[in-house]
Write a protein that binds this ligand. Structure first.
Ligand code: MN
Ligand code: MN
Length: 307
């Protein structure tokens, strides 16, 4: 598989937009600001720049590693004692960029951020067509450990397809022997996202769910009129891409949304993405870029300045 010039152009453009949105995100993370203000602004900014969110703005704080986005009723107000991960997905006609930044408001966790940032910088250096997945993981693990932290072992980078944020191949954040013979071939789009922690290095399901996606299956049990209506809207707007109930409030009332999302999830029509929390409540940092692997070169789409 390979990319046409037109596809490369769209992927590069999506990456440039994602980079601008990520930079704004980093600027907006300040004591007193809320997750909902920031995420709403970033999601609007994506649209202003001519694209759509590929998934809801992820705003994961302290021991929450991923998958928090403000809900219809829940929000987070920053107080100044947080390590904040802002993770942004941009879709330009289904051509996706995925990127993340961490901001330290505590003033004492700069090294934790440096660990994940340095790991990603090292990957930028070694990335080339046909690079071994094992070598990427080893580089990430070694760099994070050299900084005195652990990689989060059950969070991975991933290949990306059209309209598809997780296309099937995982890129572990550690030296994984089972990936020794696997390589990233030309024609691959891949997100690399080192997570560093001062905890045990594992995440678990944290219970709260504010992100869902349509599974592509309408279910075997039949749907009520209300379920049909909400589901049709979700399919129309987001296809199988992740969305958040917060986005449905312009169309449906809160009670209808909450009821229907619950029943559609129970019927297996919607997939739930619970927040992922570090098992020992360790603080977590994350940096992420999207890499477009071509025949003779690699473009870091979300890092225009990486050259
Ligand atoms: Mn991401
Ligand atoms: Mn990702």
């Amino acid at each position: 598989m390979t990319f046409t010039d037109d596809e490369v152009e769209k992927l590069v453009k999506a990456g440039e937009i994602a980079a601008r949105v990520r930079e704004l995100g980093a600027q907006l993370v300040k004591p007193g600001a809320t997750a909902k203000e920031i995420c709403t602004r970033l999601e609007e900014y994506i649209v202003e720049l001519g694209a759509k969110p590929a998934f809801p703005c992820n705003f994961s704080v302290n021991e929450v590693a991923a998958h928090y986005t403000p809900g219809i009723d829940d929000d987070i107000r920053l107080t100044g004692i947080e390590v904040v991960k802002v993770d942004i997905g941009v879709s330009l006609d289904g051509y996706i960029a995925d990127t993340a930044v961490t901001v330290d408001l505590t003033g004492v966790n700069e090294k934790l951020l440096q660990a994940a940032q340095a790991a990603l910088d090292q990957v930028v250096k070694i990335m080339k067509p046909n690079v071994r997945i094992y070598d990427i993981g080893k580089t990430i693990e070694n760099t994070i450990k050299r900084h005195g932290f652990k990689p989060v072992k059950n969070l991975t980078g991933h290949t990306i397809g059209r309209w598809l944020i997780h296309a099937g191949t995982q890129i572990p954040n550690y030296a994984d022997r089972t990936s020794f013979h696997k390589r990233l071939r030309p024609g691959t789009l891949v997100a690399i996202e080192p997570f560093a922690t001062n905890g045990r290095g594992l995440v678990r399901d944290g219970g709260i769910v504010n992100i869902y996606s349509y599974t592509g299956r309408r279910g075997r049990y039949g749907l009520s009129e209300q379920e049909e209506e909400v589901l049709n809207y979700i399919i129309e707007e987001y296809k199988t891409q992740p969305f958040t109930p917060r986005w449905l409030t312009s169309k449906f009332n809160k009670q209808v949304i909450q009821e229907t999302i619950r029943s559609l999830t129970a019927k297996g029509v919607l997939h739930a993405y619970p927040i992922l929390v570090e098992v020992s409540k360790g603080l977590v940092s994350q940096f992420e870029h999207t890499f477009l692997i071509l025949k003779d070169r690699v473009i870091v789409t979300t890092c225009p300045e990486c050259g």
